[in-house]
Design a protein around this ligand. Structure first.
Ligand SMILES: [Zn+2]
Length: 304
């Protein structure tokens, strides 16, 4: 257990490291983009009653997404990680793109904006960070857009980066909503606090948990297995973690994506959603959820 002095000191060091990283991290991708010889996963369609979500693998382990309003055919992209594959799909399936919603400025998520703006000037590019090029609609928190009968709710979620947005999409038919979380939330984990703090991530988790529990969560990377391996070290007795890890390994053996999960499932197996839980607090030696969040992230940053 830290003394109050120790906690404050460690927290200041942590904030200092974040600020130093932020200075270095501007305009840098989370991971250096590597050209994968083969797509890391199969392209998969998830149909949610009035809305189709197409999961598209890109780069080493990114996901970008297309959302299509089934009654009208209106289509939007979430992130532009690889325009080549995006343009191939749009052409093959005769889709007309109306919007591109960018989660954050890292190149592996926003790298295609300039090319898209040149090739398709009618497409509106929506984002909330000035470091992203060719943005037509600069977002503010709680902005809403209609894509056919779907409603895209733009949630400012600063922590991984200060201009990060998550997109909560409701379909007109009343089916389960979809939540696109970029590098803020992953299945079984969360993104590094590159430009933010444990307080901000705690606030984000609480805000997301107020959304409908059946919301499907689509993160920006395929990293469920390492996330759940980390979660298992924290709560080895939690059978929700071990069974989901086993399922995820089966999925990956078939090159199938692990997203989506349900928001209510993240509460069962994601340690960053469980910082109020006694078992997680016991592991970190903390009783305060913010300091528990701080400890978890610190350990996850060095977890192999
Ligand atoms: Zn990122």
């Amino acid at each position: 257990m830290w003394s109050l002095f120790g906690r404050g000191f460690a927290h200041n060091i942590y904030s200092y490291v974040f600020r130093a990283r932020r200075l270095r991290a501007d305009n840098q991708p989370c991971k250096p983009p590597k050209a994968a010889p083969e797509p890391h996963s199969k392209i998969v369609d998830v149909c949610c009653e009035g809305m189709l979500v197409k999961i598209i693998p890109a780069r080493a382990n990114n996901y970008m997404y297309l959302i299509k309003d089934l009654p009208t055919g209106c289509t939007a992209a979430i992130d532009l990680s690889d325009n080549k594959i995006l343009f191939e799909i749009l052409k093959k399936e005769e889709l007309k793109l109306s919007y591109a919603f960018i989660t954050h400025h890292h190149e592996d998520h926003s790298g295609g904006t300039t090319e898209l703006a040149a090739a398709c000037p009618d497409v509106k590019i929506c984002a909330g960070d000035e470091r992203i090029k060719c943005v037509s609609n600069f977002l503010k928190n709680d902005d809403k857009f209609k894509v056919g009968e779907m409603t895209v709710n733009c949630m400012h979620t600063p922590c991984h980066t200060i201009g990060h947005y998550c997109y909560f999409v409701e379909c007109g038919a009343g089916g389960p909503p979809a939540l696109f979380t970029g590098d803020t939330i992953f299945q079984g984990g969360c993104g590094g606090f590159m430009e933010g703090s444990p307080e901000q991530m705690y606030a984000i988790v609480n805000r997301l948990m107020a959304l409908p529990k059946e919301s499907r969560v689509f993160g920006g990377h395929e990293n469920t297995i390492p996330n759940l391996r980390f979660a298992e070290t924290i709560e080895p007795e939690n059978s929700n973690i071990s069974s989901r890890l086993s399922w995820a390994k089966d999925q990956r053996e078939c090159k199938l994506p692990t997203p989506p999960s349900l928001l209510c499932e993240e509460k069962l197996w994601n340690p960053f959603f469980r910082v109020d839980h006694p078992d997680v607090q016991k592991y970190t030696g903390e009783t305060d959820p913010i300091y528990t969040m701080f400890c978890l992230r610190k350990q996850r940053d060095t977890f192999k």
